[in-house]
Design a protein around this ligand. Structure first.
Ligand SMILES: [Zn+2]
Length: 217
């Protein structure tokens, strides 16, 4: 190769590396919420990138975790956070219970993520046709500890009764908002981090049909 061609090849290589570096930098500098929204868009467009699911990533996170978001969602098998947000190993710190309700054990898990892992975003994600919320809407009496779940969701249903529209879907949203409020006012850790603007807590709803996550305001 002549010197001129070598120089051009070198320039192209340097430019390519520079573009890749900028792309990666841009990706990493996104807000945690934007990363989730973009991942959900890839999922709904059927163009998932399956990010951070390589053996290299596995080795990287084996040394320690630094998730960028906490996701509190329902145990429902149709709502797996890593899939619907197109994320991988070490990305999300997930707490799942039927009806995405939080008790002291769940709260302790979230506090650990916020205080020790320095996660700055919590997403409380309810979903369309949630069976746990539906049971609370119907006022079912359940066996065993299932009743505890229904009792915990019940206040959200009472609140949603004042709203127009579909009671189940309104209850799903009210339940999300109830948990967001619970977490935002939780002392001493979460409330303090919120006050210091080191933490953001948002509610969202997942649509089972089209896979879209909508942020609730
Ligand atoms: Zn559910």
């Amino acid at each position: 190769m002549k010197t001129g061609k070598k120089t051009i090849a070198l320039i192209i290589t340097v430019l390519s590396i520079s573009v890749i570096a900028q792309t990666h930098k841009g990706f990493d500098s996104q807000s945690p919420l934007q990363k989730l929204i973009d991942g959900n868009k890839r999922f709904t467009d059927s163009k998932p990138m399956h990010v951070n699911q390589t053996s290299e990533r596995r080795s990287e996170v084996a040394k320690g975790q630094k998730p960028f978001a906490v996701v509190v969602t329902c145990s429902d098998s149709r709502v797996p956070p890593e899939i619907i947000f197109d994320q991988g190993l070490g990305d999300l710190f997930v707490i799942r219970t039927a009806g995405n309700i939080i008790d002291d054990i769940g709260l302790g898990s979230i506090e650990y993520a916020v205080e020790h892992l320095r996660v700055q975003l919590i997403v409380v994600l309810g979903h369309e046709k949630c069976g746990a919320v539906d049971a609370a809407v119907k006022g079912d009496h359940a066996e065993g500890h299932i009743q505890n779940l229904i009792d915990a969701i019940r206040p959200a249903v009472e609140k949603a009764k004042n709203n127009k529209g579909d009671l189940l879907d309104n209850s799903v949203k009210a339940n999300v908002q109830m948990v967001v409020k619970q977490l935002s006012s939780s002392e001493p850790i979460l409330k303090e981090f919120m006050h210091e603007k080191k933490l953001n807590i948002v509610g969202a709803r997942y649509d089972l049909d089209d896979g879209l996550v909508t942020i609730l305001h």
